[in-house]
Design a protein around this ligand. Structure first.
Ligand SMILES: [Fe+2]
Length: 290
């Protein structure tokens, strides 16, 4: 019997998974094992460090509940969420970015132009534009599921002072692909740092602020949904967003409302979205609007 080596152990573990019937799961497990084992060998991970890592992951799970999703936050701050978005990007479509931990399905359907916030949530903003396919043809009946934080930097799910579904709504495009909705100017907010992810950020000496943004999931029948943001171009965190979510094409000016704009808004944002046909999605792509 020869002495076991790290390389032999890795081969044994890989071999024990080589009969996984589902081919995609087999591929994922093989790559995961190979990379995890290589990480341990490269860093010469100590037992104490391994235990600390398991304790960290355990704490990450234990702080999760129906509204607190620390694993998404962990994925976000490590850039994994953004990386998954990037490798699944649909050429020609609006750039996607992170879903984040604050999405709540089932937001109310609202009429075109309806205000999703309250006066105390911030200065009123009109967001308007078109949803088209990548050829510029308007998509009628596309939906925009939008959500954002209030002027205190909190989402309704974090803030007992906000009614349920405050600053959330689902809007549909008209026959010309046009949409508009009223919201408030979003603010930068700190991601939650009272859990394990906060400990990680402090250990790394990192910022914990998000560049101000409005979330949107754009969907249309026969097209691939895009999960994205609209970023405020006048924001100091665009180049150091805690979750690596900023894309240049998503940064838009919040223009002061002019003479031709509705009198009840302070700012106007023009943002068009484009979607690719569903069949052009790469294998394994996940439709996050589901
Ligand atoms: Fe957000």
């Amino acid at each position: 019997m020869t002495t076991m080596t790290p390389g032999q152990l890795t081969e044994d573990v890989l071999a024990s998974h080589s009969g996984t019937p589902d081919p995609r799961l087999r591929e994922l497990l093989a790559a995961l094992i190979a990379h995890l084992h290589a990480f341990v060998v490269q860093t010469r991970l100590t037992p104490a460090e391994w235990q600390a890592a398991l304790a960290f992951l355990t704490a990450t799970g234990q702080i999760c509940d129906a509204e607190r999703q620390e694993f998404i936050l962990l994925s976000d701050v490590l850039g994994l969420s953004s990386l998954v978005d990037l490798v699944n990007a649909a050429p020609g479509a609006t750039e996607s970015t992170v879903l984040g931990p604050f999405y709540v399905p089932g937001a109310p359907r609202r009429a075109p132009g309806e205000q999703i916030g309250r006066p105390e949530d911030g200065p009123p903003v009109l967001v308007r534009g078109r949803v088209t396919d990548t050829g510029g043809r308007p998509l009628a009946g596309a939906t925009l599921d939008v959500w954002q934080c209030s002027s205190n930097g909190l989402y309704d799910t974090q803030d007992p002072g906000q009614p349920p579904y405050n600053l959330r709504g689902v809007f549909a495009t008209g026959p010309d692909g046009r949409y508009e909705f009223r919201t408030v100017r979003p603010v930068s907010y700190p991601i939650p740092v009272d859990g394990p992810v906060g400990d990680l950020l402090r250990a790394a000496g990192r910022d914990h602020w998000r560049a101000a943004h409005i979330h949107a999931i754009i969907s249309a029948p026969g097209h691939r949904a895009v999960t994205t943001h609209i970023f405020d171009s006048d924001n100091p965190y665009l180049d150091r967003d805690a979750v690596f979510g900023v894309r240049g094409s998503l940064v838009k000016p919040f223009e002061p409302a002019g003479p031709g704009d509705p009198a009840d808004v302070s700012y106007v944002v023009d943002m068009d979205f484009s979607l690719t046909p569903a069949e052009s999605a790469p294998a394994g792509a996940v439709d996050k609007s589901a």
